[in-house]
Design a protein around this ligand. Sequence first.
Ligand code: PMP
Length: 462
Amino acid sequence: MITKKPNINRSNKLYSIGQKIIPSGGQTYSKGVTQFTEGVAPKYLESGKGAYAIDVDGNKYIDYVLACQPLILGYSDPDVNKAITNQLKKGSTFSLHNKLEIDVAKMLISTVPSAEMVRFGKNGADATTIAIRLARAYTKRNEIIFCGYHGWHDWFIATTDLNDGIPKFNNDLIHKFNYNDLHSLEKIFKKRKNKIAAIMMEPLAVAEPKCYGPKNCKKISCKKFCKNNFLHQVKKISKKNGAVLIFDEVVTGFRFSLGGAQELTGVTPDLTALAKAMSNGVPISAIVGKKNIMKLLDKTFFSFTYGGDCIGLSAAKATIKKIKEKKVINHIYKMGTSLKNGINKLSKKHGLEEFIKCVGYPCRSIMSINGNKKFNDLEIKTFIQQELFKRGVLWAAYHTISWSHKEREINKTLKAFSDIFKIFEERFIKKNYKIKDSLEGKTVKPVFRQVADFNSYITKKN
Ligand code: PMP
């Protein structure tokens, strides 16, 4: 396999300008220089086609980040492009409503189990935030229980270490519980009786929902998400306490299953936030849910200039249609399973199981990296990422699979992992060299949201 440190001269030149006029150098934390081995990784991408991204220096990579996960069909999908360009000829946004709003709302209602009514936003956080406001309006309560990452707004970011500028009272209104830990949820309800407006959570992320059934409850039934599993129990507890159950399906919607994790698990929430894969990277999100709660939007304010903009809606219409017609979900599970199993086989072959394991659902698996006294987690991640860049793979420790990731791309990626794990074994395990001495760029840093998103969902079982 060809191994070459990419030439990133143009990326670096641009960044020297960009960082002077754009605070933090860019718009999205997880696309920033702290996340991609600085010195080795490109900083700017210019174009993409299918599973490949091309940087401003002309280097080409198989991309597993896919713009923070929305590109379920891959970059620049011809069908989505056609829908968008046709719409552009008619106009992008209008002075009155547009029929596309009805078309896409109908699609969501027939696809997502909890969807009885629909409103559109632009970012995932628009949808999660209006869900919180609706739950507060519906219950006449203020406090929220959450698990995972849910966007940039005050109500949520107050809970993180990046909470500068957010009034402290927000912290009193929000309580964290742990995935697969009913006790942590019940404890909050007990302490905050009749105060909780909503539970906000990603229904699935990495771990499978745990079974809380009798000891003889067969694993297979849990795999089919039996009534005793964590998610069913969360719903029960939510109902008993009069709280609104909100599923954040910004990532899982149209990826884990066409109708989202709720379709896969059979647990229907009261409200659902949808975004990302719904429109293959064109900004649009949706809040969907039960009529009696959604109806409150008549006087719960959720209104902005680009609500219902027709570019996002036409992209969503084309994307959902294609996911259905091409059986895209089957494909991403199949390719994702090959990748996940392949990585784990290679990790075992090179004696790295203790440190490196691919976990989670094959449609979006993640690399669980467990350092020890000898090996630091972030150095392991940086080394793997650096070597993947040299082999033409853009990676941030998770694997977003798209319709465009075919066997060819998966095999090329596995070949790259095979080379890298072999080096890891020979250099760091057998010869006891320090990983640090093999790093050609800066060690990557954790983003708080990755901690929230992924690690809190990983159980020891994984
Ligand atoms: N919920 C989840 C689970 C997410 O992963 C994200 C963003 N990655 C959001 C909400 C917020 O979406 P956005 O960044 O589009 O506002």
